[in-house]
Design a protein around this ligand. Structure first.
Ligand SMILES: [Zn+2]
Length: 349
């Protein structure tokens, strides 16, 4: 099967009451780890690439590596997503390359750093939706601003500075027609999210629940949702790394989100930690080794194990063959006919 629409994966996840992990990639081993985990757990999956990843791996390498995964494992449903598109042009180039989904992060200006106005965000996101939906491609928007920086993208600061306002989220969904919406509830990108186990004062699950009540037809997305488990930090530190103690988003909070409309969960940091820990272990224990396969293989295995665990925790495991994938052309027809319209005023009919 060809790459599938992210919208369809998320619609099916909503029906089944589960979430779908969206895992970031930069290279072959990460793609193999994710697809290996999807096969192992019978999961549909979202593979995503940031602007930084597209630059690092070069568009064509990255795209063809994902196509190779798709060709080798035609039974695995894969949606390919642009993470944090900073402008119309970035999203357009991803769509032209063959991505089946894009994020237009209009919460920041196109420098990827400065918070934008609500009107600017609506305008650029609406333009991307129009271009993408005509071609059957899914769009994720963002309202509110996440904390931290990742791959050079982000406003920095704590995640509490620009929490999403539920009424504004409704207006945004109505005026843009996005399929999925990333919301800011106190999470941050990168490894350093919280300096203690997060409670309600820093992780605003009540805001998430309110947004879902207002917007039941728009799939919610949690960014900055690595759990940054202590075991993974410990492995890195045990073998010569130096990470300061940090806390991520506990899996049980993500699961609470999934019970309240979260359908896409972005995970990057945890995988980076798993890879780095495994590589450090080989370097520390067998310093005589120098064949890259000697450390990349255990790294890939460690990431696959972690991704498989997250797939089980998010509930997507076992749902890899529940439904027949639609083509991107089918999706374009669905948008044209209004069948896939998520705007609050339309979706109620
Ligand atoms: Zn993000």
């Amino acid at each position: 099967m060809p790459l599938v629409s992210m919208r369809q994966l998320l619609d099916e996840a909503a029906k089944g009451g589960y979430g779908v992990g969206a895992f970031n990639v930069n290279n072959m081993e990460q793609i193999q780890a994710i697809v290996g985990a999807a096969k192992e757990t019978n999961s549909p999956v979202i593979i995503q690439a940031s602007r930084g990843a597209r630059k690092y791996a070069e568009d064509k390498y990255l795209f063809h590596l994902i196509l190779a995964a798709n060709e080798l494992h035609p039974d695995v449903m894969i949606a390919m997503h642009q993470d944090h598109g900073n402008s119309f042009d970035t999203c357009k180039s991803a769509i032209e390359l063959g991505f089946t989904s894009v994020m237009m992060d209009g919460s920041l200006k196109d420098d990827g750093k400065t918070p934008s106005s609500f009107e600017e965000n609506v305008e650029v996101t609406r333009r991307v939706v129009e271009f993408a939906h005509e071609r059957g491609v899914t769009v994720e928007g963002e309202i509110g601003v996440l904390g931290g920086v990742e791959d050079g993208h982000g406003a920095g600061g704590s995640g509490l500075e620009h929490i999403t306002d539920p009424d504004q989220a409704v207006e945004f969904a109505e005026r843009t027609g996005v399929d999925a919406l990333a919301i800011a509830i106190g999470t941050s990108h990168g490894a350093y999210k919280f300096n203690k186990k997060p409670d309600g004062s820093v992780l605003k699950m009540d805001v998430l629940i309110a947004i879902h009540e207002h917007l039941p037809h728009t799939h919610l997305v949690m960014h900055g949702s690595s759990s940054v488990p202590k075991e993974l930090q410990d492995i890195v530190n045990q073998y010569g790394g130096h990470l300061n103690p940090t806390w991520g988003v506990p899996v049980e909070e993500i699961q609470l989100g999934i019970r309240n409309g979260v359908r896409k969960i972005n995970v990057d940091t945890d995988n980076r930690l798993a890879l780095t820990g495994a590589i450090r272990k080989v370097f520390a224990e067998t310093p005589e080794k120098f064949d890259p396969r000697d450390y990349l293989k255990p790294a890939r295995d460690a990431m696959q194990k972690l991704v498989a665990l997250r797939m089980t925790q998010f509930g997507q495991a076992g749902h890899g063959k529940d439904y027949t994938p639609l083509t991107i052309a089918d999706m374009a027809e669905g948008y044209r006919s209004g069948k896939l319209d998520t705007r609050p005023s339309m979706a109620a009919h």
